[in-house]
Design a binder for this molecule. Sequence first.
Ligand SMILES: Nc1nc2c(ncn2[C@@H]2O[C@H](COP(=O)(O)OP(=O)(O)O)[C@@H](O)[C@H]2O)c(=O)[nH]1
Ligand SMILES: *[C@@H]1O[C@H](CO)[C@@H](O)[C@H](O)[C@H]1NC(C)=O
Ligand SMILES: *[C@@H]1O[C@H](CO)[C@@H](O)[C@H](O)[C@H]1NC(C)=O
Ligand SMILES: [Mg+2]
Length: 479
Amino acid sequence: MVLDSYGSKPQLPIFNRLTPRKLNSRGLVKRIALLIVSLVVIYTLFIRNFFFSSSIVSHSAADDNYEFYQATKDGITKQDTSANQNDIDLAAINDQNIQQRSDDTFAEKVEYYDLNDYRGSADGKNQGDVVLFLMPLRNAENVLPMAFYNLMNLTYDHSLIDIAFLVSDCSPDDRTLETVFEYSIALQNGTLVDKLQQEEQEKRTQNVRGSSDLYQLYMDKSYMDGVKKAYSHPETHHKNYRQPFRSVSIFKKDFGQIIGQGFSDRHAVKVQGIRRKLMGRARNWLTSSALKPYHSWVYWRDVDIETCPGDVIEELMQHDYDVMVPNVWRPLPTFLGNEQPYDLNSWIESDPALELAKGLDEDDVIVEGYAEYPTWRAHLAYIRDPNGNAKEVVDLDGVGGVSILARAQIFRQGVHFPAFTFLNHAETEAFGKMAKKMGFKVGGLPHYTIWHIYEPSEDDLKKIAKLERKKRRKGRTKE
Ligand SMILES: Nc1nc2c(ncn2[C@@H]2O[C@H](COP(=O)(O)OP(=O)(O)O)[C@@H](O)[C@H]2O)c(=O)[nH]1
Ligand SMILES: *[C@@H]1O[C@H](CO)[C@@H](O)[C@H](O)[C@H]1NC(C)=O
Ligand SMILES: *[C@@H]1O[C@H](CO)[C@@H](O)[C@H](O)[C@H]1NC(C)=O
Ligand SMILES: [Mg+2]
């Protein structure tokens, strides 16, 4: 009620009647009291909300604090960082900066790059194309072992891959950054497999089996066997498994993401627009910070992929597209049907969706896979035939961000992940549309599938608990 009258016009009695009418002192006290009350109301209803909400939605342009580290086999070095951070030793940084500046200024070398040499070839592996591998991370500690196994599993020459992680907005008790440090050092030292296997061993002997692992008993057996095979003798997959990468960079920068990282939090339709735009901002920041003139390709990969063929980069590259994505599915408990398409952001545009977009506000974001937006688009995920030809390509309009191979030159020419609404889309879907608008080739492989982890939703956990109770009752009646 109050808000409405505010929304239209600040019609406070105090402003209306500030006419030269004689006031007695009681009237004056009343008016001053009213003024104070009004100001408090304005503050609580409007100003405070304004500041609060703007800190959620938008990110202050002036805040460009970040941390930048590089990992080698000998440890982590802090490379460069904004000078006005509170928690670091300013003197040390200033020294470092002065050092760097004088090095750069007086260095007797000019670096020359002919960007025609870095256009990206379909046969990049044999042409020596350097790939920039980018991975965004948030509260990802638990899935990092999986992600690093997948990294080592890449058959694209490791010495041609620069890795850059972006760690953002983690919870205070989360150890994503520290874990990335530890694993990256061991990765570059060639000893990460041993470290991960030792950690697993320790966990097994401590017998830490969270109740959340119960769901594994309800997964499809052939899927679980596949996972076991992928992880139990990992080094057998290719001979350069332990080879260090060209470089490993770790950026830490917060973007003010406050939407929870739980499965149900992230997937509510209401939060999609905000979440996706912030992710767009984070992806763009990482691209601009890590992309170098000598990169021919950029490969984006999510942390929570359980199994993926080791030659995914070569497979995506050989088609000579500017943007190429695989199919992304996830396993499900058997009582939910074993498996399901996961990434619905890779699609072919449809007429009903274009019609739908016409009726929306310029700033509205269409999100795929929600009843609220019946788009009738053909999703890459649903085109899949498990026995289909893995080399078959379909042209796409929107793409998902789980695993994108893109030519580096498209970023140099301005294609990015919109942090605003572009053609009623944001982030990766808008990236696909933008690349296409700028004349680049965007495609996907419907029958070439990588598998996202299954994270049990609250409903699924309830169902599992119920099944467990039933099992126990049965067990007792048998005895
Ligand atoms: N830097 C950064 N990474 C994020 C953020 N939110 C998610 N991520 C990472 O981005 C990738 C995709 O996120 P995820 O929540 O798995 O997306 P979903 O599977 O599509 O729901 C994962 O590697 C996450 O760790 C964020 O706010 N900042
Ligand atoms: C690096 O590798 C050597 C063996 O090659 C090993 O002794 C050492 O512990 C490793 N360091 C780290 C940090 O993993
Ligand atoms: C590693 O690559 C092999 C061969 O492509 C594949 O079978 C295996 O599942 C991969 N491992 C993981 C953890 O995805
Ligand atoms: Mg995910």
